[in-house]
Design a protein around this ligand. Structure first.
Ligand code: HPA
Ligand code: ZN
Length: 325
């Protein structure tokens, strides 16, 4: 009722969002036609019907299969602009967007085409609606580490167009410890550091992300709940988690909503934020990810706290934070 109606009015920051994961099937087919690229599905309905995932890898296979439709500056602009406009209706006033640049480089796209399109869309959203945001270079952890360095090389000449470095894709078998040099380089370039850890991987990967990569936020991080000492560490250091409830359900990181650790993490005092991850694929944007928590008994003051935590956990400046809090 009124609780649900109030959620979109809470100003919130979206901190865990893969721009390629906002590719709606309709846009995928429009871009495929515009660029003369084939998708491995005959039509929108067939593509949407494939959104039935068993785990992270089964999603990633489809997610990467759709990426070749993204080719030009215009494509990256249109994708980013559509997301910023859609999420604004859910109260997203600040958004930090991951981009899997290594995949686009491998597809023969230039780093400048990707970043030009995204920065133009961010500037447009700021002018039109006052939305602020930034871009996080997300390292694709199951690609060779040399390609991660190559992606950093490709953006070094315009490092101020990025706000941070991240780490995503297939987690198990690709621990954060493989990326210490990449993250050290990124930190030296002035980038903030975040990493996906503890989505499917063990709590030890969350510890590595914190202790070896020096991350300021952990993406997902839900399996931290299995390790009391780790939960205490996250609380003590004030390291936020960017939790994505619908993603966890759709990728079966949790068996059902009742089993989701978000309630336990919040109650333990962890700085939890709510995000949509890959909204085109997981059945909802930021608003839907907040709304599903009503079923877990989250109250109006708790929703206000989640939204405020997202603003505090963002990488925007103190003046903008003060404006949003
Ligand atoms: N986990 C890992 N890699 C990803 C995800 C995710 O949820 N979304 C896009 N790439
Ligand atoms: Zn993610």
């Amino acid at each position: 009722g009124s609780l649900l109606a109030a959620l979109p009015r809470l100003p919130k920051a979206e901190l865990h969002l893969h721009v390629e994961g906002t590719l709606e099937p309709e846009l995928a087919f429009a871009l495929a036609e515009r660029n003369g690229v084939a998708l491995p599905y005959p039509d929108v309905a067939a593509l949407r019907a494939a959104y039935d995932f068993a785990d992270l890898q089964s999603f990633l296979d489809l997610y990467y299969a759709c990426m070749p439709v993204l080719r030009t500056t215009e494509d990256f602009h249109d994708l980013t602009a559509a997301y910023l406009e859609r999420s604004h209706r859910d109260g997203v006033v600040h958004a930090e967007l991951f981009v899997d640049l290594q995949v686009h480089l491998a597809n023969g796209i230039g780093a400048d085409d990707v970043l030009d399109g995204m920065t133009r869309a961010l500037a447009g959203a700021r002018a039109a609606r006052g939305t602020t945001g930034g871009i996080i270079l997300s390292i694709v952890r199951d690609s060779p580490v040399a390609t991660a360095h190559a992606a950093l090389d490709a953006v070094a000449h315009r490092i101020h167009d990025l706000v941070g470095i991240g780490l995503d894709s297939a987690e198990v078998g690709y621990p954060p410890s493989l990326f210490v040099e990449v993250f050290d380089r990124a930190a030296a370039l002035g980038l903030h550091r975040v990493a996906h850890a503890g989505e499917e991987g063990p709590p030890a990967y969350v510890v590595e992300a914190v202790e070896l990569l020096g991350v300021e936020r952990v993406d997902h991080g839900i399996r931290a709940v299995e390790d009391d000492a780790l939960v205490a560490l996250l609380v003590e250091r004030g390291i936020p988690l960017t939790v994505c409830p619908l993603s966890n359900l759709r990728l079966r990181a949790v068996p059902d909503l009742a089993a989701h650790p978000i309630r336990a993490l919040v109650d333990a005092g962890v700085a939890v934020t709510v995000n949509s991850d890959d909204p085109a694929y997981f059945g909802g944007y930021a608003g839907a990810n907040y709304a599903v928590l009503v079923e877990l008994g989250f109250t109006a003051p708790e929703f206000a706290r989640l939204a405020a935590t997202s603003v505090r956990a963002s990488f925007t400046d103190d003046a903008r934070k003060a404006e949003l809090l």
